[in-house]
Design a protein around this ligand. Structure first.
Ligand SMILES: [Fe+2]
Ligand SMILES: [Fe+2]
Ligand SMILES: [Fe+2]
Length: 425
């Protein structure tokens, strides 16, 4: 039984989530942290109030969540971008419904808008403008910095490139504040320090919002979309897993609160897939052994990411062990029956059940008979818990319709989002 109320510091959770997004490509390591650090310091040099500085840190940590494919992500790392607005718009669309991050969402929406507005003609409302320009400049500084060269040897070159774009790409007052900051060696050394993330946490005390279970549910739902919308084949997978895991938990006698936690676990279970290039996720045929190895890392990253948040330990154990087997042959921890809680056994069943019954563009979902042939074989091989599979078998119609309904809602959200992005190449 889980009793204690959940209280999750939003900033800590965002930091962990942002780090996992940067795992996708070695060139991106610490990118979100660097932008958060630079944006915060420019804002401090401009004398902006704490609330705005806080929002800039969070916006820095999340600003590229709309660049979901690695190709798109790599594109954001070029100094001059041909069409950056799509990922900025996508980031905004994903976050805007979550009240605690609504201001952050606005900053992200405009983080590539030029000072001269270029040919796009996008107008930024005055209350967001300075912040979005700070984010823009911070992002471009992070992009210009080469990780293999001493940062102090790059100081002059980067300042020159920024000054050349004052009034063009960048707002002059932001450039002015940046140049003051850029005189100081510590700024450049911090920016390139491998420990920047932990340093940021220690040095910058943000007034933090605590998320309760409802807030956590809303944020994990957004993250399920960030994970799944990268690949049209599995765009609704986590929502199906969350709904069927919660329905199974209810039938297993769990409390309402535990069922909600199970939903959160379902939304987060494939979080580590953010570290898997979308090109691999989208590959319709068989994966090569090397590609399989990359995919097999994902529950490990889910675990290590959520482990950093104290109040998520139960949810983490439910979601990160979904590829473990009762006989210890699963991955990545090779846990055995004794160490696998009921929640994680439910998650494993919900994951396989959803994966084989959901329709995908290249194949239809399995019928109940075929699905149970697969599930029963997995029980016989000690991969899944037979009691949980029996529970699913005796309530198949109910759980299956809960899954279909949840995935139906998400597919509509996916289509809406795609629709709103038409016109952004
Ligand atoms: Fe960006
Ligand atoms: Fe960026
Ligand atoms: Fe998985």
């Amino acid at each position: 039984m889980v009793k204690k109320d959940i209280q999750i510091p939003l900033t800590d959770l965002i930091t962990s989530l942002s780090d996992v997004i940067d795992l996708v490509n070695p060139a991106l390591v610490n990118h979100h942290q660097m932008v958060a650090y630079a944006a915060y310091n420019i804002a401090a040099h401009m004398g902006l109030p704490a609330k705005q500085r806080n929002e800039l840190v969070l916006a820095g940590k999340l600003h590229d969540i709309g660049a979901l494919a690695s190709k798109e992500r790599a594109k954001t790392m070029q100094f001059e971008l041909s069409n950056p607005q799509r990922h900025a718009e996508m980031g905004w669309l994903l976050l805007r419904g979550f009240e605690p991050l609504s201001g952050v969402a606005e900053l992200i929406r405009f983080h590539h808008v030029r000072c001269d507005a270029g040919e796009t003609g996008i107008t930024v409302s005055p209350d967001v403008m300075v912040g979005s320009h700070i984010l823009h400049l911070a992002d471009r500084v992070a992009v210009l910095l080469r990780k293999t060269v001493n940062p102090l040897a790059q100081q002059k070159r980067i300042c020159r490139q920024i000054v050349e774009q004052s009034g063009g790409m960048f707002l002059p007052q932001v450039v002015k504040a940046f140049l003051k900051l850029a005189e100081k060696e510590y700024f450049w050394l911090d920016l390139c320090a491998p420990s920047l993330g932990s340093f940021l946490t220690r040095r910058i005390t943000l007034e933090t919002i605590e998320l309760d279970l409802n807030g956590l549910l809303a944020l994990s739902n957004i993250f399920a979309k960030i994970i799944d919308f990268r690949c049209p084949f599995t765009a609704t997978h986590s929502s199906g897993v969350a709904a069927s895991a919660a329905a199974l938990a209810r039938l297993a006698g769990c409390s309402e609160r535990e069922c909600e936690m199970m939903k959160v676990a379902g939304f987060f279970h494939d979080l580590g897939k953010l570290a898997v290039p979308a090109e691999i996720l989208e590959k319709p045929g068989r994966l090569s052994p090397r590609q399989q190895e990359i995919v097999r890392c994902h529950p490990f990253y889910t675990y290590r990411t959520l482990e950093r948040i104290d109040d998520l330990s139960t949810i983490n154990s439910w979601c990160s062990f979904h590829h473990e087997s009762l006989d210890g042959t699963g991955y990545p921890f090779r846990l055995t029956q004794r160490s696998l809680p009921l929640g994680s056994r439910i998650m494993s069943v919900a994951d396989v059940f959803t994966a084989i019954t959901e329709d995908r563009p290249y194949r239809e979902g399995m019928s109940a008979d075929r699905a149970f042939a697969v599930l029963d074989e997995m029980v016989a091989n000690a991969a899944l818990d037979g009691n949980v599979v029996n529970l699913l078998a005796s309530n198949f119609d109910e759980i299956n319709s809960v899954r279909i309904a949840a995935q139906g809602v998400t597919v509509n959200e996916y289509r809406d989002l795609q629709h709103q992005l038409v016109g952004y190449a």
